[in-house]
Design a protein around this ligand. Sequence first.
Ligand SMILES: [Zn+2]
Length: 49
Amino acid sequence: MTTTCAAPDCTRPARARGYCDTHYRRVRKWGDPTVVLRPWGTDHLQGSS
Ligand SMILES: [Zn+2]
Protein backbone atom coordinates (compact mmCIF):
# COMPACT_ATOMS: atom_id res chain seq x y z
CA MET A 1 0.00 0.00 0.00
CA THR A 2 1.18 3.47 -0.82
CA THR A 3 0.79 6.44 1.46
CA THR A 4 0.12 9.76 -0.18
CA CYS A 5 1.79 12.99 0.87
CA ALA A 6 -0.10 14.75 3.65
CA ALA A 7 0.32 18.18 2.12
CA PRO A 8 -2.81 19.68 0.54
CA ASP A 9 -3.14 19.20 -3.21
CA CYS A 10 -0.18 16.86 -3.30
CA THR A 11 -0.67 13.40 -4.71
CA ARG A 12 2.92 12.24 -4.62
CA PRO A 13 3.83 9.21 -2.55
CA ALA A 14 4.96 9.96 0.99
CA ARG A 15 8.58 9.23 1.73
CA ALA A 16 9.11 10.49 5.25
CA ARG A 17 6.79 11.44 8.12
CA GLY A 18 3.81 11.37 5.82
CA TYR A 19 5.22 13.79 3.29
CA CYS A 20 6.80 13.50 -0.10
CA ASP A 21 10.37 14.52 -0.63
CA THR A 22 9.58 18.12 -1.45
CA HIS A 23 7.12 18.71 1.36
CA TYR A 24 9.17 16.84 3.90
CA ARG A 25 12.02 19.20 3.18
CA ARG A 26 9.71 22.17 3.79
CA VAL A 27 8.42 20.68 7.03
CA ARG A 28 11.95 20.15 8.22
CA LYS A 29 13.02 23.63 7.28
CA TRP A 30 9.96 25.72 8.09
CA GLY A 31 7.70 23.38 10.03
CA ASP A 32 5.01 23.90 7.40
CA PRO A 33 4.66 22.01 4.13
CA THR A 34 2.80 24.85 2.47
CA VAL A 35 5.54 27.42 2.87
CA VAL A 36 6.86 28.58 -0.46
CA LEU A 37 9.53 31.18 -0.08
CA ARG A 38 10.23 31.79 -3.71
CA PRO A 39 7.76 30.46 -6.26
CA TRP A 40 9.88 30.13 -9.37
CA GLY A 41 8.82 32.16 -12.36
CA THR A 42 6.17 34.23 -10.64
CA ASP A 43 8.28 37.19 -9.59
CA HIS A 44 7.12 39.22 -12.57
CA LEU A 45 3.51 38.48 -11.68
CA GLN A 46 3.60 39.96 -8.19
CA GLY A 47 3.29 43.57 -9.34
CA SER A 48 4.91 44.88 -6.15
CA SER A 49 6.76 47.75 -7.77
ZN1 LIG B 1 3.99 16.53 -1.12
